[in-house]
Design a protein around this ligand. Sequence first.
Ligand SMILES: [Zn+2]
Length: 201
Amino acid sequence: MPDAILTVAGGHGGAFAVKAGDLFALIDLEGQQAIDFVAFNAADLAETLSSVETRRATGSLYITTGAVLISSRGRPMIEMVEDTIGTHDYTVPACDPSRFAVDFDAAGHRNCLENMYEPLRVFGVTTPLALPEPFNFFQNSPVVEDGRTAVVDPPSRAGDRIVLRALMDLVCAVSSCPQDIIPGNGLRPTPVEVRYPGGAA
Ligand SMILES: [Zn+2]
């Protein structure tokens, strides 16, 4: 099992690399914490994990154990092999500087886009525009009456986790979503953990 641990402070981000076949876990350490996630083909950063391609492949707004997540070139990239919660989003974009500046009058607020971009720079990602739309694991985005969508606090509790299998060599990033103005993280961003095979980076 994984022997390297990346601990991400609440409201912050981190990046890591894994090899094809590796298992890695994303863990909500204290509960009610959305974890934004992006992935790139390590051999060609132009190929990214794609939420829209995955929605076409799954035909569903919901993913859990057994789901195969698809790349921007239509290729299997990641398989979900364990899921202790079953509530995830892959429709909502990462919070970013404009989200906080325009919608909340909170310019300079920490945000998922920069949380993931900054640690990805050492892996060769040269612009935040290269980041694909994220998978927001543990984020609770129900489809409600009349087809409208919402974002509410996650049902996850301390220690809930998903385990993913890389289907190609990957560079990945996570963000403990720093949204603390409206529900989504229990109004309190908390730490998350990534466990993955050591030496892969
Ligand atoms: Zn966020």
